[in-house]
Ligand binder design. Structure first.
Ligand code: SAH
Length: 351
């Protein structure tokens, strides 16, 4: 048995490897590695989740942001970005349309937009909760005080997505201005967990200056956090950012890490992300085959889709929600899986 195959077996059995061996898997140039990893990860995923793929309806409700992350197209400093906000009524319309299409999770994502005070967020969350008592409400609106997170939770939010982006402080400092810190992002994640949210974290693959040691740190941090969901996608360059001349990450490396994550966190909800679908025409299908079990079709009004441009050439910006849902359903089926419309809570109880 080759070294890589035995490393993969060991990872699948022990859910962990010593640093040196994990680094070997992350960096191997063995051309068969990805295929072997994907096959093992798929087996693991089927043990926990069968062929089920959960869908989350993504509502990108504002592209205003007070932050200036160097990689992100909607950063405050991008004066060329055309900004928009959805009204509460528009958001509720998106949810109603989503519900009709079978969505039972709504993800409200946006930049860190001060217009949406805690009061406004709570009002929106409470209205969705009242109209859709059987649905999960997920927020992805960045770093807040603990009291704010508590208020959203009390208003009816159940889940929160906040990628840690990179778990190495020196790398974090190269991707963000000095006003932002990894320490605060981690504080947020642990607060969210303590409050009782199902928490999603994650990182970009191939972000500028990222080293294999940084990726190892990401995996170690996730072991510490034990999130319910882990979102990863390739970093993709955006021209109107300070990283305009930096290279994008690759589908290959993202898929490899997705499989490693499935083996380390068998219970986790792992999305095959839009970024992965953007960098490769079959990225999301390949993501499912490499261990992913979640897809997040866009429910935002078509009129604003293009404006939520975190990175260039983002896919699915021209289709109505129903088309998006249908297209993804066909893709999931072609890849050999099936979309299910239950809320899709984490399978931690199977541990
Ligand atoms: N403001 C929220 C939502 C951020 S957007 C927050 O702070 O959590 C969601 C994710 O998109 C980010 O966490 C980041 O990982 C990813 N992202 C941003 N810019 C990107 C880029 N250029 N390429 C790929 N992914 C990017």
């Amino acid at each position: 048995m080759s070294t890589i195959a035995s490393l993969i077996d060991k990872l699948a059995q022990e859910r962990d490897l010593p640093d040196q061996e994990l680094l070997e898997l992350i960096t191997t140039t063995d051309s068969a590695a990805n295929e072997l990893l994907a096959a093992r990860a798929d087996k693991m995923r089927q043990q926990y989740y069968g062929k089920k793929v959960y869908i989350r309806g993504l509502i990108e409700f504002t592209n205003y942001c007070k932050n200036n992350c160097y990689y992100c197209g909607i950063r405050a400093g991008n004066g060329q970005a055309q900004r928009y906000r959805l009204t509460k009524e528009q958001i509720l319309d998106c949810c109603a349309e989503g519900y009709r299409l079978g969505f039972r999770t709504f993800v409200l994502q946006g930049g860190e937009d001060p217009y949406y005070t805690d009061e406004r967020i709570c009002d929106i969350v409470a209205a969705i909760r009242a109209q859709h008592p059987d649905c999960a409400i997920t927020l992805s609106i960045g770093e807040k005080e603990r009291a704010s997170y508590q208020a959203y939770f009390d208003a009816g939010a159940n889940r929160y997505l906040l990628r840690h982006e990179t778990a190495a402080p020196e790398h974090y400092a190269r991707l963000h201005p000095a006003s932002m810190s990894l320490a605060n992002r981690k504080r947020c994640l642990f607060d969210l967990k303590e409050i009782g949210y199902q928490v999603g974290s994650g990182f970009m693959v191939g972000s500028p200056y990222q080293t294999p040691a940084n990726l190892l740190a990401d995996l170690r941090f996730l072991q510490e956090l034990e999130p319910d969901m882990i979102g990863i996608g390739p970093y993709i360059t955006h021209e109107q950012t300070p990283f305009a001349d930096k290279k994008s990450g690759t589908a290959e490396q993202t898929l490899r890490l997705l499989s490693i994550l499935r083996l380390m966190f068998p219970y986790a909800l792992l999305p095959a992300t839009t970024a992965l679908g953007t960098i490769h025409p079959n990225g999301r299908e390949l993501g499912l085959k490499a261990g992913g079990n979640v897809v997040m079709p866009n429910l935002s009004p078509v009129s604003v889709r293009k404006l939520y441009e975190l990175y260039e050439n983002k896919i699915c910006t021209g289709e109505e929600a129903a088309q998006c849902r249908g297209c993804l359903e066909a893709r999931v089926r072609m890849a050999g899986y099936e979309i299910v419309t239950d809320r899709g809570d984490v399978a931690k109880s199977m541990l």
